[in-house]
Design a protein around this ligand. Structure first.
Ligand code: AMP
Length: 399
């Protein structure tokens, strides 16, 4: 990139969920225009964008029209089809580039990339048939996790195997698709590094963030993680290796397992802002979304300093359901939770709702954050505040 893209240039976003929405908000704040492309109308990002292109990702005529209308293209999910990315690149720069997409879209390529660059991962084998699954399981031992190579996230497309006899059922359950089998990691904690790299190679990061999952989905993130500086230093160095090797211009998150004996293993990467970095909106001098914007526009990166420790709790669609295993049991519409009680819990609580019209179990509908003297205190505040969302009483509704 030669000249920085300055406002009012138009940012093109592939994908229209909450990550695009928060990028669009940062872009709007700095005076940029935003065009979004996805199959959905009135989407979380579309509600903020100047223009919403509604078409399938493989509708390349529509993709061309979109790409011609913008000055730079980025994405908010890594499963952008390769030909969509290539088509965009005919008309506008794509950041991060296709190499990052190629690696992050496929768990096997991702793991092989890590090994090639000397980065630690759990033992794994490629699986293409029941026979290779059985051989792989003998090799790495049980318990293990079978994951589809493509299109899995938040624990989708995953099966845990306790013993050899589970293989046939697990292979069927994941749809007999190309997969990887990896050792089950008896981790002590899960942590992530959200980092960014500019067009000139400037590198910035938010240190280690600690992540608690529930049902394979991120539940609460706390920053800075309460871990020795040496662990943080190692994780950031690994993240930097990933960003540089993939020549990333933009934001990328590396998720790690931390074992009881202090070893970091990379679980996966996402070449975009990440759920664990949402707390940077309030807690840091520059949010992960502003950082993404600056990087893809060829601007200098901003200061990633924490203004205070912070925590974030996700608001999943489950909150809106009386019995979460029964989607018919919706008792509330997206407007009717008790947000007044949530905010009344503590003045540090900040509410983010993504404008999604329908709640579904597991669907990310919003999040809350809090800043406090320690990360632990902030985490307690967001957990307790969230618990009040279902409190009885007429809350004033906020959308
Ligand atoms: P993933 O979609 O690979 O990020 O997996 C979602 C969650 O499942 C992770 O955040 C972990 O909590 C859990 N998980 C995934 N892989 C493993 C593993 N090899 N060992 C233990 N837990 C895992």
């Amino acid at each position: 990139m030669n000249q920085p893209l300055l406002p009012p240039a138009t940012i093109g976003i592939l994908g229209s969920g909450q990550l695009g929405r928060m990028l669009a908000l940062a872009a709007r704040q700095m005076g940029y225009r935003v065009h979004v492309f996805s199959p959905d109308r009135h989407s979380p990002t579309g509600q903020i964008a100047d223009r919403e292109f509604v078409a399938a990702y493989d509708d390349l005529d529509a993709v061309r029209q979109f790409a011609q209308s913008v000055d730079v293209v980025t994405y908010e999910f890594e499963n952008v089809p390769a030909e969509t990315a290539v088509t965009c690149q005919e008309f506008a720069p794509l950041h991060p580039g296709p190499q990052a997409l190629h690696v992050a879209q496929n768990r096997l390529r991702e793991k092989e990339f890590m090994v090639r660059h000397g980065l630690p991962v759990a033992p794994f084998v490629a699986v293409g048939s029941l026979a290779s699954l059985l051989v792989g399981l003998e090799e790495i031992g049980a318990p293990a996790i079978l994951k589809t190579a493509t299109s899995g996230y938040d624990g989708k497309g995953q099966q845990r195997l306790e013993r050899l006899e589970d293989a046939a059922e697990a292979w069927q359950a994941i749809g007999e698709r190309p997969s990887i089998l990896e050792s089950f990691v008896d981790f002590e904690r899960e942590v992530s590094v959200v980092a960014s790299r500019s067009a000139t190679g400037q590198f910035a990061h938010y240190g280690l963030i600690e992540n608690d999952h529930a049902n394979h989905i991120l539940d609460v993130s706390t920053a800075p993680a309460d871990l020795p500086p040496e662990v943080s230093r190692q994780a950031v160095a690994m993240a930097r290796t990933v960003l540089e090797a993939l020549d990333v211009v933009g934001v990328l998150c590396v998720e790690f397992f931390l074992t009881g004996d202090g070893r970091l293993l990379i679980n996966e990467i996402a070449p975009r802002p990440h759920n664990s970095g949402h707390l940077t909106i309030e807690a840091c001098a520059t949010s992960q979304f502003e950082q993404q914007l600056r990087a893809i526009c060829g601007l200098p990166l901003g200061d990633t300093r924490y203004l205070s420790p912070a925590a974030m709790a996700n608001l999943l669609g489950d909150l809106w359901f009386l019995h979460k295993d029964n989607p018919q049991s919706a008792i509330r519409n997206p407007q009717s939770l008790n947000w007044t009680a949530v905010l009344a819990h503590h003045p540090a609580v900040k509410l983010h709702l993504y404008g999604k019209q329908t709640a579904r179990p597991g669907r990310k509908m919003g999040h809350i954050t809090a800043q406090a003297a320690t990360g632990e205190e902030a985490a307690t505040i967001v957990r307790e505040a969230r618990a009040r969302a279902r409190a009885r009483g007429r809350g004033r509704t906020i959308r």
